[in-house]
Design a protein around this ligand. Structure first.
Ligand SMILES: Cc1cc2nc3c(=O)[nH]c(=O)nc-3n(C[C@H](O)[C@H](O)[C@H](O)COP(=O)(O)OP(=O)(O)OC[C@H]3O[C@@H](n4cnc5c(N)ncnc54)[C@H](O)[C@@H]3O)c2cc1C
Length: 505
């Protein structure tokens, strides 16, 4: 039977970070279920000269950010990143522009409320499962009404927009599931800066800009750089899913069953023996497969199952539309839509149903969720990215790229009050992070069920003979930087370093 010292499960950032740390002298194999390295980092060529990151897109923070340091050395970070505050256009249902001063004031109200929410952290009088939605519902509307002299419709549109953006930032299905005692975002000059964290959720925001963008090519140079530390391709097995792991008491080894699949979907099962394993799959994958893969390891299941159940993991998705020429005001890199007229929205739904020749009832949920179009600054080719969170992010996975692209395009043209015929998108790209059965969503968050110890329990190694045999990495295991690429990278380095110290003892 094939043997290697270490198996790294997963070729995302955490797995690549572990491989780099172990170095060429450790006999490891990196087993990846999909046909590429990068996992939730996936850069796709949407058209000639247009690379789009359909997963992670930004680097969050600069100081003490190991990811930033690497990418700066690789010269792949865009110089434009600091200009993100400029050029935001907010449009109402009737096509009029919202006065930037009103948006500014609304943002300040939002910031105040977030600050108050922060002050509630650690308040023992707060019910244990108090969510961000509970807090916002109680305070946001009343405060916006008293601070802004604008109509109810605009206030509702603003609330809708803030809520929707919050869903995307946190990757949760509903704000009712987002623990108030977790991470909370703030809309600073229309960008999202994570200002607050609690001892409980313990998300930590690094100094510097919240969103550094990449040059054209996106995250690709970073993934190539990480791969360059793997001495040869024989160390990597793509299209190979670890489906069962059993600890053998006699030999103190792990018996690992792997399902290989090729393009014709033929399957083959193989087994490998190893002394150690670093497991890096997403929390979404663990939620679905943990108990079956480790069914022989009762203690391991007892150690982690509650944490896996408690921590949150839902889906966000994005749509990229590539155009021949831009038809939106060039100075605007971000276009925000406020759905201020229900009637207009319903009319739009009906006209789109007719245009697409469908009775699809979900279209309304999808249109209601459209709030933000971001112009990709990394390429000369005009590209708009539309972000989706909440239930709409799941629903759009059932639509074709053509249909969802058309919906996003028509909605924007209707708000801009221009003909949709003249400027059809040339290409549309859609992410499907929930349908991807090796990921099952986007990133982890602190749900109202989460407990202080969950992330720690998730990363604790399994040591059936007193020596850690199975270690756990991946973004969800990071105490402070969960949900991020730098968190995933640090987690892989953490476990690689620990394993080296065990091996070298
Ligand atoms: C749409 C979206 C936008 C995002 N935006 C940002 C952003 O702007 N900035 C940021 O910092 N972060 C962002 N993130 C989060 C970031 O992408 C992740 O935190 C990070 O990439 C996770 O890396 P990982 O190695 O922990 O997990 P993954 O990337 O999920 O890697 C795990 C790998 O394990 C493989 N695998 C799973 N099960 C098995 C098995 N049984 N056998 C073999 N292989 C297996 C999977 O195929 C996968 O490749 C975003 C994520 C999404 C989805």
């Amino acid at each position: 039977m094939e043997y290697c010292k270490v198996i790294i499960v997963g070729g995302g950032v955490a797995g690549l970070g572990a491989a780099k740390t172990l170095g060429p002298n450790v006999n490891y194999l990196l087993i990846e279920a999909q046909d590429y390295l990068g996992g939730r980092i996936l850069t796709i060529d949407a058209a000639e000269n247009v690379a789009v990151d359909v997963g992670a897109q930004f680097i969050h923070g600069k100081e003490k950010n190991i990811l930033y340091e690497i990418c700066e050395q690789l010269s792949c970070i865009s110089d434009d990143s600091n200009n993100i505050e400029n050029g935001v256009l907010v449009i109402l249902s009737d096509g009029t522009k919202l006065d930037p001063e009103i948006m500014q004031k609304a943002r300040l109200v939002w910031e105040d409320i977030v600050e108050e929410a922060q002050a509630k952290f650690g308040d023992t009088t707060i019910p244990a499962h108090y969510s961000l939605a509970d807090y916002l519902q109680k305070h946001l509307k009343e405060r916006l009404l008293s601070s802004l002299s604008c109509s109810d419709n605009i206030i509702d549109g603003l609330i809708d927009y803030f809520n929707s953006s919050e869903l995307i930032e946190n990757g949760c299905l509903s704000l009712s599931d987002l623990s108030l005692i977790g991470k909370v975002y703030n809309f600073q000059s229309y960008i999202y800066a994570c200002l607050y964290y609690s001892e409980y959720g313990s998300f930590e925001y690094l100094d510097g800009e919240d969103e550094y963008e990449f040059k054209n090519g996106g995250y690709r140079p970073f993934i190539s750089y990480m791969k360059s530390f793997i001495p040869d391709d024989n160390r990597i097995r793509l299209n190979s899913e670890v489906i069962r792991v059993k600890y053998l008491e006699d030999s103190h080894q792990l018996l690992v069953h792997i399902r290989h699949h090729n393009k014709t979907n033929e399957e083959k099962i193989s087994t490998i023996l190893c002394d150690h394993m670093i497991w890096t799959s997403s929390l979404g994958y663990l939620k679905e497969n943990f108990s079956s893969i480790f069914s022989n390891e009762i203690e391991l299941i007892e150690q982690k199952q509650t944490a896996i159940n408690n921590l949150g993991f839902d889906t966000i998705n994005k749509i990229a539309m590539v155009y021949e020429k831009s038809f939106w005001p060039e100075e605007n890199h971000l276009i925000i839509l406020l759905h201020t007229q229900k009637q207009k929205l319903l009319a739009l739904v009906e006209s789109l149903k007719a245009l697409l020749n469908t009775k699809e009832t979900d279209i309304q949920t999808i249109i209601e969720a459209i709030h933000m179009y971001e112009a990709l600054s990394s390429t000369e080719v005009p590209v708009l990215i539309c972000w989706f969170g909440g239930p709409a992010a799941l629903l759009l996975e059932n639509l074709s790229e053509k249909v969802i692209g058309q919906i996003c395009h028509e909605v924007l043209c209707s708000y801009l009050n221009i003909s949709s015929e003249l400027n059809q998108p040339k290409h549309v790209l859609k992410s499907e992070w929930y349908k991807n059965r090796f990921v099952r969503g986007s990133y982890s968050y602190c749900s109202t069920k989460s407990r202080t110890k969950d992330r720690e329990q998730l990363r604790t190694g399994y040591a059936p003979d007193g020596i850690p045999r199975i270690q756990f990495a991946g973004e969800a295991t990071h105490a402070k930087f969960y949900a991020t690429v730098h968190g995933a990278l640090e987690s892989g380095i953490r476990e690689g370093t620990e394993l080296l110290s065990i091996i070298n003892k």
